[in-house]
Design a binder for this molecule. Structure first.
Ligand code: FO1
Length: 332
């Protein structure tokens, strides 16, 4: 079974790990294969190094090396280099690059400088973290460098653009965003295998990642939205909002500037042109909430409290996908 997942950072990584736990054991003739298309709009160049936070969160989480409490960065991390850089007054103090994490950025930057594409770099990093052995292929949404910027008020009554990470980490998304722009997106093309992974999938899944700055960026890569509209695979998503609130992060602060209702239904509307199934929390049960017509909505406890919870949620997404495939027609 070929499954393609469009993922952002922490929520996307935890869901994908749950998916691998929930998939039936490898059928000898049909080993599951999961292609994860990772958001690269969070990417930032710091102290001359290319940092890809969502790709690294996926690598570390699926590779069993993530700091579980934070959801990003390495377990057992140390910060000797970051402290030395701070003493030297180098690099923003609001974004900490741990010692082990730095090796990833040094290797990626070195390989990019040698002419490898981001896809090729990511393939090498995925091999180091044993993703192929799990039947997982990790692709950046595009090999073209892109960066999400957030337009906020400046002090003179005008506007200024912040790198997404500065808005998200330094300001905790508290500066009201007028809009989001993605430098480089217009010139970007989907990374090799991305569009094919969507078109030839048996199932496409959208984890509870941020619909604007994670999933939304992937959808903005030319060709992706058309591929989602055209794929024969059911497209099943998981609401990132429970009762109108994000579980973590600041999806609400991202939806408001777009004038999108901060709700499971509002987010479904953002995906309505390609979405077939939608998992929502019991607080947003379709019996009490209206959803776009034609959408198969199912409600359950959406919270991924731990790895087992993520597997349960991913299992529900798989089941909804199977029902949509008609494999078990007749079940409600
Ligand atoms: N998030 C923070 O809140 N503070 C940090 O200092 C920080 C550093 C960092 C370094 C590498 C990396 O891959 C991620 C890092 N993050 C940090 C998380 C990052 O902002 C988020 O993972 C995503 O970019 C948003 O989903």
């Amino acid at each position: 079974m070929q499954i393609t997942v469009l993922a952002g950072g922490v929520g996307g990584a935890r869901f994908t790990r749950g998916l691998l736990d929930a998939l039936p054991p490898d059928g000898p003739d049909d080993p599951p294969s999961v292609t994860v298309v990772g958001n690269t709009g969070d990417d930032i160049t710091l102290v001359g190094l290319r940092v890809c936070p969502d790709l690294d969160t996926l690598l570390y989480t699926l590779g069993g090396a993530v700091d579980e409490a934070q959801g990003w960065g390495r377990a057992e991390e140390t910060t000797a280099v970051a402290r030395e850089l701070a003493a030297l007054g180098v690099g923003p103090e609001w974004f900490t690059l741990g010692d082990r994490d730095l090796a990833t950025h040094l290797a990626r930057t070195r390989w990019l400088a040698q002419g490898l594409t981001l896809s090729q770099v990511t393939e090498r990093l995925a091999a180091r973290w044993g993703l192929p052995q799990q039947g997982v292929r990790l692709l950046p949404a595009t090999d073209t460098p892109i960066e999400t910027h957030v337009v906020v008020d400046d002090e003179e009554g005008g506007e200024r653009a912040l790198h997404f990470q500065e808005w998200w980490v330094r300001h905790h998304a508290a500066l009201p965003a007028h809009r989001f722009t993605v430098a480089g997106l217009a010139q970007a093309s989907a990374a090799p295998q991305v569009l094919d992974a969507i078109r030839s999938a048996d199932l496409v899944l959208l984890p509870p990642s941020n619909p604007v700055v994670s999933i939304g960026i992937i959808l903005g890569v030319p060709g992706v939205r058309e591929a989602l509209r055209g794929t024969r695979a059911p497209v099943v998503g998981v609401s990132p909002l429970l009762g109108g609130r994000p579980v973590r992060g600041h999806a609400d602060a991202c939806l408001r500037p777009l004038g999108v209702e901060v709700s499971a239904s509002g987010v479904a509307g953002l995906y309505a042109d390609f979405l077939d199934g939608w998992l929502v929390d019991t607080a947003d049960d379709p019996g009490t909430v209206d959803y776009p017509s034609g959408l198969r909505v199912r409600s359950l406890d959406l919270l991924m409290r731990d790895q087992e919870g993520a597997a349960r949620l991913a299992g529900a997404a798989l089941e909804l996908g199977r029902d949509l495939l008609g494999a078990t027609a007749g079940r409600g």
